[in-house]
Design a protein around this ligand. Sequence first.
Ligand code: FAD
Length: 452
Amino acid sequence: MHDRLTKLRRSLSGDVLVPEEDGYDAARRCFNALVDRRPAVIARCRGAADVATALEFAGANELGVAVRGGGHNPAGHCVCDEGLVVDLTAMRAVEIDPKARIARSGGGATWLDFDAATQAFGLATPGGVVGSTGVAGLAFGGGIGHLTAQHGLTCDNLLGAEVVTPRGDVVRAGPDGDEELLWGLRGGGGNFGVATRLEFRLHPLERVVGGRLTYRGKGVAEALRVYRDVVAGAPGDLSCETLLELDESVEPILYIAPCYTGPEDDPGELRTLREAPGLLDDGLREHDFLDQQRVFDPPYGEERNYWTGHFVRELPDELIDALVERMTALGRSPGQILIESLHGAPKDLDAADAALGFRDAAFNISAMASWLDPALDAAYIEWARETAAALEPWSVSGGYVNYMQADEPTERVRAAFGDAGFERLQALKARYDPANVLRRNQNIPPRAAAAP
Ligand SMILES: Cc1cc2nc3c(=O)[nH]c(=O)nc-3n(C[C@H](O)[C@H](O)[C@H](O)COP(=O)(O)OP(=O)(O)OC[C@H]3O[C@@H](n4cnc5c(N)ncnc54)[C@H](O)[C@@H]3O)c2cc1C
C-alpha cells in the first residue's frame, strides 16, 4: 500500500491524508458527532482530474468511496471506515457572471462562499440557512431555505454541472449535455458522479426584512397557528421557517424566521406574526442577505444528531398541539423540531424538470434530536422516531433525503420520489454507476440489467 500511496500523492495535485498524519482528524470530522469513522485515505482533490485519479485509486485498491462537500449530511455520508474519501473542500471557488446572472461554483463550495460571491454583485440564489453547508450536497437533495417561496428550491435554480463519473469520465449535465442527468441531480443526490462545477441561475437581491421572532411558553402553540395561516396566504416574496426548542426551564420556545423581499417597509404578514401571543423578542429588521444567512448558526461537529421527519400536506391544530407536546416528552431539551414551509415558487415551477417528489407538500417537518452524552443515544433516537411517527397521519412524499439518517430503508428513499421517479432514477444510476460505487448517500440502487 505504501508504494501505491506514494504514486497517488505524485499524481494528485491536491494533498493525500492517511491516519496519524497532521490534519487527518480534522478532515474526517463531520457535522454529526454521532459519526466517528476512520477512512484509509483522504484525497483532497483540486479538480476533475484529481477526482478521476482518486476514484481510479479506490477501484484499483478495492476501497469503498465517500464524497465530502460541506460535511453536513446528518447521516455522515461524507466519511467511511477503511475506504477513500473524495474530499472537495479545496474546490470552493465561486465565479460570477453578473451580466448573464449565472454563478459557477466549485464542487466543495459552501453557502458562505457562494453567498459572499453573489452578494458582491447584489445577486443571490436560494440556498440553505447555515453558511457552512455544502452547495452541491444541499442542491442535489432539493434545497429549502430563506428564498424558497421567492425562487423555488435550490435545485430548481441549478442550470448545469460538470460531473466525474465513477468510471472517471467527465460529463456535462444540462441542455448542452445530458439533460436526464440534470433532471436526476435535481433531487437524486450524489448517486451519479462527483460534481466538480455547478452552475446556478441568480436573482437580484439587495436587502431583505428578516431576522427572527422568539415566542415562549403557553403562547407557542397559538403562535404556530398564526404562522401556519400567514404562510398559507403569503405572497411569493415571503419565505418563512420555524424552529421549536426548550429553554433551560423546560418551557417551549418558538423561533419564526421570515425572509421578506417585497417592496413594503412594514408588510402585513410580519405585523400579524409580531402580534401573535407569547412574543418574547422581536429581532426583525432590514438587513442584507448575508446577515439573514446567519440567523441560524449551530456549532460544527460538537453535538450528536439524529434527524427524521415527514413532508406533510397540512398543519392542523391537532398536529401543532402534538408537536408542542413532543417537545417536553423527554423531560429535558430533545433538540429541535424544524418546520419549513413550501408555499410559493416550488408550486409554480414545472415538476417534470426535477426528480424530487415533495413539491406538493405544504410543510417539511423534522424532528432533530441533538445531544452531547453518548449514554443518551438510545433515548434521543427514540424521541426523534416517536416524534416522526406522530406526523405519519399527515405524511406525503416520504421524508426529506437531505435530512435522512443512514438507517432509513430504501422504501423511504423511494417514497421521496414516487415509484415512477424512483425507477427513472434507477435507470440513470445503472447508466452512470452500475456497480453502485457511490452508495454512501440516500442510495438509489441501479436498476438490474434485464435478463437476456
Ligand atoms: C446544520 C445543518 C443545516 C442544514 N440546513 C439545510 C437547509 O437550510 N436546507 C436544506 O435543504 N438542507 C439543509 N441541511 C441538509 C443538507 O442540505 C444535506 O445534509 C446535504 O447533504 C449537506 O451537504 P454537504 O456537502 O454539506 O454534506 P456532505 O456530508 O459533505 O455531503 C453529503 C453528500 O452529498 C453528496 N455530495 C456533496 N457534494 C457533492 C458533489 N460535489 N458531487 C456529488 N455529490 C456530492 C455526497 O453524496 C455526499 O456524501 C442542513 C444540514 C445541517 C447539518
